[in-house]
Design a protein around this ligand. Structure first.
Ligand code: RM4
Ligand code: MN
Ligand code: MN
Length: 397
């Protein structure tokens, strides 16, 4: 049976009302590739500017109330910086989101952080984890998202198993420090910067570490952190089934961890992931999923790219929400393959933009956020104000 237009409209509004996506502070800063950095006049160089830009994106989209923070780049003095961040939250009406420890930039992490063969360096990395947890507590933010660059480049040069033991122990200790409302999200990545082995290389390893850490730990799926042929929605389905899915870092890729705009290369992939989530919600599966963007644009304008990403995420989430899942279940049961596939594909191809537009108008938001951004002159304004200051940059911060 086809769904009536009023049912579709009702589902669409409900889906969009419930969809919030976190944006990363580092997405507003100057970034580049290992070959060079191209400085943008409008890029944020202070945490205040990052909050200001995040507030602008939230004003335009109504979907990004929280800002992910990277400890080293945004809170270089750790917990001491919390009052300043709290003041910025009040000033700009944006809350701190996930806290991202930085265990990859300091010189001592050359051979690893929580998996470094040196007990002293592991201890220092653990201290940073514990500090990050305290920052999260002080900010009232739920998630600490752990990504490590740990691994090795050449066979035989490290004990992979010893490193597993060290990491299990560090995560257990970290977990003990979590407050009752905090979570530890464990991110995985198959390679880069290490090119022989990565200590948390895939979702199986991340699940293991999260379980070993304790009940408030779960897995974070970064869409760019898979081998090219991997079926990511199947990974998502498994994590949902095992109640281990904590959140996403969304971005797109053509080759590796390219951090391109979500949906720019393969929007169908993201649609398929969202579909698994909608099905799991129908089934009443317990889940608390943090949707986050992990992109940093060095060629596109940063705020423009962020708004484009949020709008794309809303569209793909909505397309998946509007799949006629009752009908699809029947077709699956009867193994009507072509009809099932056509229904699924049809939802992907249907244009939901009139519905996102109607939702924005009903919620008092700009009908076309990108157009509204252009019309506001915000990027030109901050470009004039900030332009003279941004010259040499050495990192994301
Ligand atoms: C990593 C990973 C992390 C992100 C850093 C900047 O590849 O995706 O989540 O914090 O990049
Ligand atoms: Mn990530
Ligand atoms: Mn990444």
């Amino acid at each position: 049976m086809k769904l009536s237009d009023s049912t579709l409209q009702e589902r669409a509004f409900k889906a969009l009302d419930g969809f919030k996506i976190e944006i990363p502070s580092w997405g507003f800063a100057n970034t580049g590739t290992r070959f060079g950095k191209f400085v943008q006049a409008a890029a944020a160089t202070t945490i205040e500017e990052k909050f200001a830009d995040a507030a602008e994106v939230n004003k335009l989209t109504g979907a990004t109330p929280t800002l992910a923070l990277h400890v080293l780049w945004d809170l270089p003095d750790g917990v001491k910086d919390v009052p300043e961040v709290r003041a910025l939250e009040r000033k700009f009406g944006v809350k701190s989101g996930s806290i991202n420890p930085n265990l990859f930039q300091d010189q001592e992490y050359k051979f690893g952080s929580l998996c470094n063969p040196s007990a002293e360096i592991r201890e220092r990395a653990l201290e940073h984890m514990l500090d990050s947890i305290e920052i999260g507590k002080a900010l009232g933010s739920r998630d600490v998202s752990l990504w490590m660059a740990d691994g090795s480049n050449y066979p035989g040069t490290q004990s992979m198993r010893r490193r597993v033991e060290w990491l299990e122990e560090a995560l257990r200790t970290s977990h003990e420090r979590l407050g009752p409302n905090q979570r530890l999200l464990v991110e995985y990545k198959p390679f880069e910067p290490a090119f022989y082995h990565t200590d948390i290389a895939d979702w199986g390893m991340a699940s293991h570490f999260a379980r070993a850490a304790g009940p408030q730990a779960c897995v974070l799926v970064d869409t760019g952190h898979h081998y090219s042929a991997q079926n990511i929605e199947q990974v998502v389905a498994w994590l949902l089934h095992t109640n281990m899915l904590g959140g996403f870092h969304f971005n797109d890729r053509r080759y590796a961890d390219d951090d391109l705009t979500l949906g720019s290369i393969d929007p169908y992939q993201i649609f398929r992931i969202f579909h698994e989530i909608h099905v799991a919600a129908d089934d009443g599966l317990a889940m608390e999923i943090a949707y986050m963007i992990d992109q940093s644009h060095n060629l596109k304008g940063k705020i423009e790219a962020m708004v484009q990403t949020v709008v794309t995420a809303q569209e793909l989430y909505l397309k998946a929400a509007l799949v006629n899942r009752e009908r699809l279940a029947e077709l699956q049961k009867n193994c009507e393959l072509v009809a099932a596939e056509e229904l699924f594909r049809g939802a992907f191809w249907s244009d939901v933009r009139p519905r996102t537009r109607a939702w924005r108008e009903a919620r008092g938001l700009a009908a076309d956020p990108l157009e509204a951004l252009r019309a506001s002159g915000y990027v030109e304004k901050i470009g004039r104000e900030r332009g003279s200051r941004s010259s040499a940059v050495s990192s994301y911060a």
